[in-house]
Design a protein. Structure first.
Length: 196
């Protein structure tokens, strides 16, 4: 056997490493035949799905559901400014001088000082008895009764609601008006003398 024989079966691995030019041309011809066969099938009228161009893809966007408003904690509510207040009050806006005047007229500083002074002196039952003597509402927590009694001590206890005759009139600090449950509102009210 001669080692120089190019057709010798002794060195098949070397032949496999280097593809021949004939093998390349055969592969290219097979690919061309497959493409031609597909084109012929389209021409013959066989059903084929139309191919979309890449630029014409349409995507349908789903509408996202409306987001629910987040619940606010106590601290976040406290940080809200007056401008962001959710109340739908269409009343007149008051400047700082008007607010200061109304609070001064109500003797707000005296009321605050009196609340601090009587806070430790009177029990809840004592405050309820004071409210009963002066025809004030006896219901609520201690801080509510303290505020009610101090206001009545400084300014005098307010009369009952002139509209419904049975409701208690209270001062709304946000609107700076006197209000009743029957939707009665007023800037001023009649007051009586404090009874010990």
């Amino acid at each position: 056997m001669s080692a120089a024989d190019p057709e010798s079966p002794v060195h098949p691995a070397k032949k496999a490493e280097q593809p021949s030019k004939k093998a390349d041309s055969v592969d290219i011809q097979d690919d061309a035949k497959v493409d031609n066969a597909q084109d012929d099938a389209n021409i013959d009228g066989e059903d084929k799905k139309p191919q979309k161009a890449k630029g014409t893809k349409k995507t349908v966007k789903k509408e996202q559901p409306a987001k629910k408003p987040k619940k606010m904690g106590k601290k976040a509510k406290a940080k809200k400014t007056k401008d962001e207040d959710d109340n739908s009050d269409d009343g007149e806006e008051m400047d700082e001088n008007g607010v200061a005047y109304i609070l001064k007229e109500r003797h707000q500083e005296k009321i605050k000082k009196l609340v601090r002074d009587i806070k430790d002196e009177y029990s809840l039952d004592d405050l309820k008895n004071m409210c009963k003597k002066n025809d004030l509402s006896q219901f609520g927590e201690k801080w509510m009764l303290l505020d009610r009694v101090a206001d009545a001590m400084v300014n005098g206890p307010p009369e009952r609601c002139p509209n419904c005759k049975t409701g208690f009139v209270y001062f709304d600090k946000k609107k700076l008006l006197y209000c009743c449950r029957c939707s009665y509102t007023s800037k001023t009210i009649k007051r009586e003398e404090w009874k010990d």
